[in-house]
Design a protein around this ligand. Structure first.
Ligand code: XIL
Length: 414
């Protein structure tokens, strides 16, 4: 314990920006990549009695700080730690003379999230376990198109509203999942596939309607889910059949346009190991990033105790995508623990698989969240009887919970 505390303390050493004492209307943060716990700015007003500095995160105002004619140091604390590239500082009223800006890289643990589904939130033990152990939620099915627009132009938001409201009442940030997902697209879109213009309109209307409706409460969206096949080919779905690969960019454009400050993700299954799917995804998201249309990439990680990437492999994957300037997240992890060995052995191995993934995320500053696909074994989407999650069917914590928690708060790279 002592050892990692000391290492964490060493990491606290602030990165100092070589900002010359200069007038500034807009300031750049000293770190462009990774998350930051806090920043401090030493500055004074120039040209008026009192200048204001606005601090925005993801395009939304976080705080306003006043500076008079004398040098003053102001510290701005973030909780949760935002991705540094999302933080913008600007002087208003008059200019600021800035002596230095320092930023402390994230030292807090990576946030742990879970999938949530409406049918379970009424269960007291489910709700309590979720609130006490998870810092964010992903809607498991309620925001998918087959549920939100089961018939053309007929939107149904009752379930999504209730679930998003439930999360908001507990101050749990919501990841919106997923605006465009071939598998859970209603059949009527497939019937439109001979008419590309019609499908394009369907796609735009759907995305715009959801992103606008939940704008305040859902700040992060999986815009497109599982577009790529195992060989790096395109998976067939109604949107692809009508529009070809272009549907992906079209989707991101519509989401960006509907809410320029929401965080937009591409989410994929089975791309955590270096393989043709990962390569195709890398090329695709690189192109979207170059066009300013995407903010992050999610790796689902539905794995088992018998396969799944090692710490080194996953870390390399996360670093590869982070190098594009994207956030990366583990978005749907579960670890199937079926096998012939003794149950305790399998649960110990499961803990190890979760911990390896957690350490890999912790080691990469751009890895901003770690989400598991469900609260407890009996609510898992996998077949009944499987035990892939962090709590057992009586909501008792499994070895994997403690192992993952430690991994997510370990010093990066340990
Ligand atoms: C699953 C849900 O958990 C199930 O309840 C539903 O029946 C099917 O979809 N990858 C994804 C998720 O991106 O949306 C899937 O969720 C699991 C695999």
């Amino acid at each position: 314990m002592q050892g990692w505390r000391a290492a964490a303390a060493a990491l606290m050493v602030a990165i100092v920006l070589g900002v010359p004492a200069a007038d500034a209307a807009e300031l750049r943060l000293p770190v462009a990549e990774g998350a930051v716990d806090r920043i401090s700015v030493t500055a004074r007003a120039r040209g008026c009695e009192r200048a204001l500095m606005t601090v925005s995160v993801g395009g939304r105002l976080h705080k306003t700080v006043g500076f008079g004619r004398r040098w003053r140091r102001a510290t701005i604390v973030f909780d949760p730690a935002p991705f540094a590239a999302d933080v913008a500082l600007a002087a208003t009223r008059c200019r600021l003379k800035v002596r230095r800006v320092t930023a402390v890289p994230r030292t807090a643990p990576v946030a742990l999230g879970t999938a949530v589904t409406l049918k379970h939130v009424a269960d007291e033990r489910y709700a309590t376990t979720l609130s006490a152990n998870f810092a964010s939620v992903t809607t498991e099915n309620e925001l998918k198109m087959d549920q939100t627009q089961p018939r053309s132009g007929e939107y149904r938001f009752e379930n999504a509203d209730r679930l998003v409201g439930w999360a908001a009442a507990r101050s749990l940030p919501v990841r919106g999942h997923a605006l465009v997902f071939g598998t859970q697209t209603p059949r009527w879109v497939w019937h439109q596939r001979q008419f590309p213009d019609m499908v394009r309109k369907t796609l735009r209307d759907h995305i715009t309607t959801l992103v606008r409706r939940y704008g305040d409460r859902v700040r992060e969206w999986d815009v497109v889910n599982e577009a790529i096949g195992h060989e790096g080919d395109w998976r067939s779905n109604a949107f692809y059949a009508a529009l070809g690969p272009e549907y992906v960019e079209e989707s991101f454009r519509a989401a960006r346009h509907a809410d320029p400050t929401a965080k937009l993700f591409y989410n994929e299954i089975g791309a955590d190991l270096a393989n043709p799917k990962q390569d195709a995804m890398f090329a695709m998201v690189g192109d979207l990033k170059a066009k300013g249309l995407i903010d992050g990439v999610g790796f689902q990680m539905h794995v088992s105790i018998h396969e799944g990437p090692s710490y080194e492999q996953l870390r390399a994957t996360l670093e590869r995508f982070a190098a594009l300037g994207l956030e990366v997240q583990i978005t749907e992890m579960d670890v199937d623990a079926d096998g012939l060995s003794a149950p305790e052995e399998r649960l110990a191995r499961q803990a190890q698989v979760y911990a390896d993934a957690g350490r890999a995320c912790r080691a990469v500053p751009a890895c901003t969240r770690f989400t598991v696909w469900g609260v407890a074994d009996h609510v898992s989407w996998l077949q009944p009887g499987k035990v892939p999650l962090l709590f057992d069917s009586s909501f008792a914590p499994k070895p994997a919970l403690e192992a993952l928690r430690l991994a997510l708060q370990s010093p990066p790279g340990a």
